[in-house]
Design a protein around this ligand. Structure first.
Ligand code: HQG
Length: 179
């Protein structure tokens, strides 16, 4: 049987980026039918619906939200979906882990969404470091002054799995954390 990580990675692909690769459609809020997804995963990976439920429950990052007969990714979409999240006041500082190579551009342009629907921010330095370390090269942690951003009317959302989301972080609100 397929490894859970392979199934989970494919679920991220179809629920965030390319539903058509599983022959699926997402509704405007990112949901798709759980049984239909299980059918696709069964054919492709030989897993049962119970396996898929276990993968959802055991996902360390709680990437997927199962709600009755429907499922969606909690965050990370590149396809346009409205997660329906209400703005939430964040802690005074949030963090973003990135690579040293990207720093010169980020310090000019600020953090921008790239391929996703939001800029992703972490609640603590440890999480930001894990995000940065997914990619090769030297990691850098940026500190985001959310208080100053909110004072200008910028808003933040908290995904169902604890990732902070915002539209963009202009460079004046970023500080590079010392090593
Ligand atoms: C960088 C994981 C140049 C940004 C994590 C990042 C996260 C810029 C990359 C989630 C830039 C985009 C998202 C600019 C931003 N110039 N580079 N102006 N602005 N960047 O993958 O935050 O494991 O879209 O620093 O937990 O790395 O998939 O975003 O390095 O929540 O569930 O451009 O992915 O979740 O990369 O990671 P990404 P991210 P999962």
């Amino acid at each position: 049987m397929a490894k859970d990580a392979d199934v989970s990675r494919f679920m991220s692909l179809v629920l965030r980026h390319a539903p058509e690769q599983g022959g699926l459609t997402l509704d405007s809020n990112g949901w798709t039918d759980f049984a239909t997804l299980c059918g696709v995963l069964s054919e492709r990976f030989g897993v049962s619906a119970a396996d898929v439920r276990r993968i959802v429950e055991q996902s360390p990052k709680k990437r997927f939200v199962l709600d009755g007969d429907r499922i969606r990714a909690a965050q990370g979409h590149s396809v346009k979906v409205d997660l329906g999240l209400a703005p939430v006041a964040p802690p005074d500082r949030l963090f973003h882990g990135t690579k040293l190579d990207s720093l010169p551009t980020i310090l000019v342009e600020g953090l921008t969404k790239q391929a996703r629907q939001h800029v992703h921010l972490s609640p603590d330095i440890e999480t930001a470091r894990v995000v940065a370390d997914r990619r090769p090269g030297k990691s850098v942690i940026l500190i985001v002054d959310t208080t100053a951003m909110q004072a200008t009317g910028m808003t933040f959302f908290l995904s169902e799995n604890g990732v902070w989301l915002t539209d963009a972080v202009p460079s004046q609100y970023l500080t590079v954390k010392d090593d």
